[in-house]
Write a protein that binds this ligand. Structure first.
Ligand code: ZN
Length: 285
């Protein structure tokens, strides 16, 4: 093939609307940590790479791209009439914050006791089990709201370097708030996990917004819902806390889809200005 023809065919392949079948519409953020909501003919089957994309009875679907997703993804679509299509999606990469913490006492990295290891393993089993069956509902089509307002003290994806050692990135958005402040459901969902005694997370809720697109709320002081409850967007589900492994009270809100870590801030958008109560200290000045 002459060079120009190759160039043009590559362009067509990448063009967002090039030869894409109009029966499938997709919108969202084609970026690491982004999510895409779509509409396809009911009965369509779909995969994103190795991951199955659930399509609802109404043809609604959601998928997302991990924090460390590569520059492209292949979406395999089989329509109800048997025709199929492959779309190559270009995924933008991001720069993440780097949080460097030096001078931590070595005790912070000493091996855990057998009891702690058993606790962590128990938690992992509970979390795995809770994610097994995804809800077939489609609350994810609601426009997500912030579960609370406050100062954001940690962004999605931040890379942590403790005493010079790169550690697991931070997958949540941290919002500073006093213990007991209400946490609202950012969209409707089904409660999949509600536990107050997780080793790392402390009080933890998993809320499935449908199709395994799951919000997690960490470090809670209080939980107002139970497993299998259906909650509405804006409903109070918990209170902020400082439980689990934390340095102070805050809400850590995370979202995952089939193991892909999604950035909640991309869904909820700009946070409304937090309401600042006048503090007595200010009146003394
Ligand atoms: Zn956090």
């Amino acid at each position: 093939m002459p060079r120009l023809a190759i160039f043009i065919s590559v362009l067509l392949f990448f063009a967002p609307h090039g030869q894409a079948d109009e029966r499938l519409s997709l919108h969202g953020n084609y970026i690491q940590g982004g999510a895409i909501i779509g509409q396809a003919p009911p009965g369509t089957r779909m995969r994103l790479g190795d991951l199955p994309v659930m399509v609802s009875q109404d043809g609604l679907l959601i998928f997302g791209f991990d924090r460390d997703h590569g520059p492209s993804a292949v979406l395999q679509i089989t329509y109800p009439d048997g025709t199929s299509e492959q779309r190559l999606l270009a995924i933008a990469s991001r720069q993440y914050d780097i949080q460097r913490i030096d001078g931590l006492p070595p005790s912070k990295v000493t091996p855990r006791t057998p009891e702690e290891i058993a606790h962590i393993q128990r938690d992992q089993a509970i979390k795995r089990e809770s994610r097994k069956i995804a809800s077939r509902k489609t609350w994810f089509t609601e426009t997500f709201i912030w579960p609370m307002t406050g100062i954001i003290t940690g962004n999605f994806g931040a890379q942590r370097i403790l005493n010079g050692q790169p550690r697991a990135p931070h997958y949540g958005v941290d919002i500073a708030a006093p213990v007991g402040a209400d946490v609202l459901a950012p969209a409707g969902g089904k409660v999949k996990l509600a536990a107050l005694d997780m080793y790392f997370e402390g009080g933890l809720i998993f809320l499935d917004h449908g199709h395994g697109f799951i919000s997690a709320f960490l470090h809670l002081s209080r939980i107002d819902v139970a497993v299998d409850d259906i909650v509405k967007q804006g409903q109070i589900i918990a209170g902020v806390g400082a439980t689990g492994r934390v340095t102070g009270p805050h809400l850590d809100w995370r979202i995952s889809w089939l193991g892909q870590q999604i950035d909640p801030a991309l869904l909820a958008g700009l946070m409304p200005q937090p309401v600042q109560a006048a503090s007595p200290m200010e009146k003394l000045d």
